[in-house]
Design a protein around this ligand. Sequence first.
Ligand code: IMP
Length: 185
Amino acid sequence: MHEDIREILVSREQIEKRVKEMALQISVDYKGKCVFFIGVLKGCFLFLSDLAKNAAVDTNVDFMMLSSYSGTASTGVVRTMLDLKQSIEGKHVIIVEDIVDSGLTMNYMMKNLRTRNPESIEVCTLLNKPSCRKVEVPIKYCGFEIPDKFVVGYGLDYNELYRNLPYIGVLKPSAIRLEEKNECK
Ligand code: IMP
């Protein structure tokens, strides 16, 4: 285990098993259709790759980058940093996200994407922190519900570190900068 990690919340084995289950469910639900995966950068990069590899459906993949986080606290203001390169008109879209926390990012994203007239649009998130929700988000596929703790690993970062850890872990307080120790702002 990394020296900055206090506790492993979701192990590598649990992630591998659950992602396969989610991919299977998507394969069943979208049988005969082409799924347009939209990954929310950067946190989705490992999850989307494992999900897409295990999904037995035709796929398009594109990415958006939004920003509402700085350090461990959500600023509440969502901005588009990188937009899709392809049209999603008439497509079956699945938004692939690392974690839904306040829900502000996903709410912004769904409103934005709906204006582009997809045939359908669903949310697939590896992690869900329901206790931090500020706006409701309809989540169709959820990997794990976790408590209100700031987590890193498997794509999730703290100040751009720890994304490559193969598990989801909670940082030691000593690894978090003093001014940022409040969670779920
Ligand atoms: P929301 O808009 O508050 O739902 O936040 C969504 C984004 O915040 C996610 O895509 C993550 O990038 C980031 N985020 C939220 N909670 C955590 C966490 O516990 N660890 C790392 N990033 C987080």
